[in-house]
Structures are given as C-alpha cells and as structure tokens.
Design a protein around this ligand. Structure first.
Ligand code: GUN
Length: 291
C-alpha cells in the first residue's frame, strides 16, 4: 500500500508556480491576484479561506480577502462581485461555499465573470469541462486528477466509482475520470443516496472516490483488494482529547481500508492540500490569459 501524499504533490505544484511568478516579476508583468469572499464566520470556511490566502502569499500572488456579515443581503453580495468583475487587477474570484440560506448559490455563481471563475463552478466553465475544452476545472476534482497524474496511476479502462454527486466534487469528478484523457478514460459509476446495492458497486471499483461527507462511511467490506481509494471527505468530529475540540475525519475508515489498497489518500494531508494547489493553478491560468 502506498500513501498518496497530498502535501508532497501540492508542494511540488506550488514550487513550480512560485518559479513562474518570479519570472513574471522579473519581466515586469502582472502577477496573479485572487479575491476571496467569505460570508459569515463558519469555522471550516474560515480555515479554508485562510489557507487559500496564505498560499497566495507563499507563491507570490496578490490576494484580497473580503469578509462580509452573515446577514448581508444577496443584492449587496452581488454588488461586491460586480466590483471585482470590473476590477482589471483581479484575475480570480471565489466566493466560499456554503453561503447563508437566504442567499442563492446559483445567483452568486452566475454573477462571477466566467473569465475570473477560478472555482470552475460557473455554467460556462462546467459546459466547457463537459465538452473537454480548456477551462477552469473545480479545484477538488482537479487536485485529485493532478495526484493521479503525479503517481502515474493507470486509469485507462478501469472501473471508477464516485460516491457523491455534488456540483463541487462528485459530478465534475465523474466527468474528468471518464474524459478521453490521461488520467481519465475510466468507466465511471456515480453513486448517491438513492443508489441500490452501494456496497456491491463499490466493491467493483478499481478506483473509489468517496465524496459524500459522511465520516468513515467506506468500510473494508466495500473495497476491492488492490483498489485506489481517494478520500475527499473532511468532517470536523467532536473530540474532547484535542485542544481545538475536534478532529478531522475522512469518508473512509482508514485503518481498516488502507491495508487492502494499492494507493490511498490520508485525511488530512491527501486531497485537501491538492485542492489548494489546483486553485492556485487556476488562478495562474486566469492571469496568464491576460498577460
Ligand atoms: N466549499 C467547499 N469547497 C469549496 C471550493 O472548492 N470552493 C468554494 N468557493 N467553496 C467551497
């Protein structure tokens, strides 16, 4: 069993970007500038946005963090996005999800200029991705593909099973794994809450991607010997033995599943760091299109 080390691959990707940014600076060209909007103060979202901003600094990008009150109106949020759309110095815009219930995710995502949609959630980006055209790929599935590529994992003709059909992870993941690309070219099954015989389907997977957000859902009896297991889940579970009061749990029961696998991602230190690396790649691309 080999661990797919997200920290290592993410660092390699970030180091490559750092060199490219230094080149832009040396040539007196524009450096990438990411704007992140955080509405409210959800603990996990704070952590994610904090990491994104910190990574921008580390690579040499500019970043702008806009914090808005939990109670902000949808109109005011849309206005803030419009200002960023019109600001020529801003290359990438992300609005951290989830948003408060009174705000429509759909309206917000649609309001972002597609050329600055570094999350790859805008319908234009999604449509291009489905057609295999160059575009922004959502960061988490993009990060998983970068990891498969880095470890030269053979995907062609393999059975991939994705558990979860969210627009952020499961659905784009299924499209990328089935695309006529390397990695890609899998036969993909997408499972969700209405799937029958989930265990049996998972057991057929050469590549199993767990992205449903239920801690330790995938158990040893669901995994084929030699499978590649990608754990996208990262849930805060109360843990009084920890200083923070919680520990992070993946969607896979790691201790019992890992011995069965050819490769597995740990949580934390697997997909999480790759998500940030992929976002940084998207942000570089957004700037490059203008440079
Ligand atoms: N919430 C969970 N994942 C993501 C992501 O990739 N982008 C944004 N904007 N919000 C998220």
């Amino acid at each position: 069993m080999q661990i797919l080390d997200g920290n290592l691959v993410s660092k390699a990707t970030r180091d490559e970007l750092k060199i490219k940014v230094a080149q832009l600076v040396a040539e007196g060209r524009k450096v990438p500038h990411l704007a992140a909007i955080l509405v409210g103060s959800n603990g996990a979202s704070e952590t994610y946005v904090g990491s994104k901003v910190k990574t921008c600094e580390e690579i040499g990008y500019k970043s702008t963090l806009i914090r808005l009150e939990e109670t902000i109106s949808e109109f005011k949020l849309l206005t803030a996005i419009e200002e960023l759309n019109n600001d020529p110095d801003i290359d990438g815009i992300l609005v951290q999800l989830p948003l408060p219930k009174h705000i429509s995710d759909e309206k917000v995502i649609n309001a972002i200029d597609a050329s600055k949609d570094v999350d790859g959630f805008h319908p234009v980006s999604v449509g291009k991705m489905v057609q295999g055209l160059p575009t922004f790929i959502p960061a988490t599935p993009h990060g998983v593909m970068l990891m498969l590529e880095h470890y030269k994992i053979d995907t062609k003709g393999k059975n991939a099973v994705v558990i979860g059909r969210s627009n952020i992870v499961g659905r784009p993941m299924s499209i990328l794994l089935s695309a006529n690309t390397q990695p890609g070219n899998c036969t993909v099954t997408i499972c969700h809450s209405h799937t029958k015989n989930l265990k049996e389907i998972c057991k057929e997977a050469d590549i199993l991607v767990a992205a449903l957000g239920r801690p330790e859902f995938v158990t040893a009896d669901m995994v084929k010997e030699g499978a590649v297991v990608i754990d996208v889940g990262i849930t805060r579970v109360e843990d009084t033995t920890k200083k923070k009061g919680f520990s992070l749990k993946g969607d896979v029961k790691y201790d019992e599943v890992a011995p069965l696998c050819s490769y597995i991602t740990p949580v934390p230190g697997g997909v999480g760091p790759m998500t940030i690396a992929a976002l940084m790649k998207n942000t570089f691309r957004a700037c490059q299109d203008k440079n």
